[in-house]
Design a protein around this ligand. Sequence first.
Ligand SMILES: Nc1ncnc2c1ncn2[C@@H]1O[C@H](COP(=O)(O)OP(=O)(O)OP(=O)(O)O)[C@@H](O)[C@H]1O
Length: 300
Amino acid sequence: MATLLDVKNLSIWFRSAGQERLVVADSSFSIDEGEVLGLVGESGSGKSVTALAVLRLLDPAARIQGLIRFGGIDLLTLQDSELRKRRGREIAMIFQEPMTALNPVMTIGEQVAEAIRAHQPGLSRRQVRRVAIEALESVAIPDAANRYVDYPHQFSGGQRQRILIAMAIANRPRLLIADEPTTALDVTVQAQILELLAELRSQFGLAMLFISHDLAVVSQVADRVMVMRNGMALESGSTAQVFHDPLHPYTASLIGAIPTLTTDRDLPLATLTQQAEADGGRMVERFPGHWVRQSQIPAS
Ligand SMILES: Nc1ncnc2c1ncn2[C@@H]1O[C@H](COP(=O)(O)OP(=O)(O)OP(=O)(O)O)[C@@H](O)[C@H]1O
């Protein structure tokens, strides 16, 4: 597969009160066409600023060094007008908070339509409406044609995230940057959104930079994982490799922090084992004293 995004030796500093602070240090990664890279790390590790740097949406107080190539084009030196054409059209982004990202006084249909018009100005009103309804249908908004005129507050949190995904994929981007897209959602809805992203990926060959503090979530969608801490890329590899054979103790601690069962800390291992067997699985000791269900470990 051809490389779609190639980031080399990316460093980012923020200036404040006359001082510069390094927040991303010499980080390199790449994403192939159609591939999903998971970026994992605790809060403040530099995941979001890395994503914003790719879109050149960082605060003017930031200084960036390194190389960011998308489809062979250097994004850091690209003219603003050229960059705007690609942003939203070829690279789209979804964020954590579906309510704040939608305009509360605009119908959802108009919002999806606006995203389409911005990049496909040649389409007629009727064509835009059709593409918008198709996008809403592809993210499983029920009765999309009739709900076109509804406002964001008339949808659930999970549906609002689906609407944002519809806006993001309406122009058929090659890369979707998803920054904690399921963090604000409850666990069941989170699973549905992850499933939807996986479906869209296979349907449209969408590549993704999937950001989360939660390695368990990332392991469900990513082909490869990069672990960040304090602005540094600690390790990267296939999801199975990082999960089964972490090189860095920090990665091992992230795996160790994955909750296994709701009350696992209070239950004796025998009970956990019985529960796992009842689910058709078994318990496996990942690290000394840390047991997880086998079904939670990605296949290698
Ligand atoms: N506009 C800004 N000005 C100054 N510092 C910033 C700015 N944006 C981010 N930072 C700093 O950059 C570092 C990395 O932040 P970033 O938002 O990328 O973390 P993150 O890994 O995405 O965490 P979270 O999951 O909490 O968003 C943090 O120390 C943060 O305080």
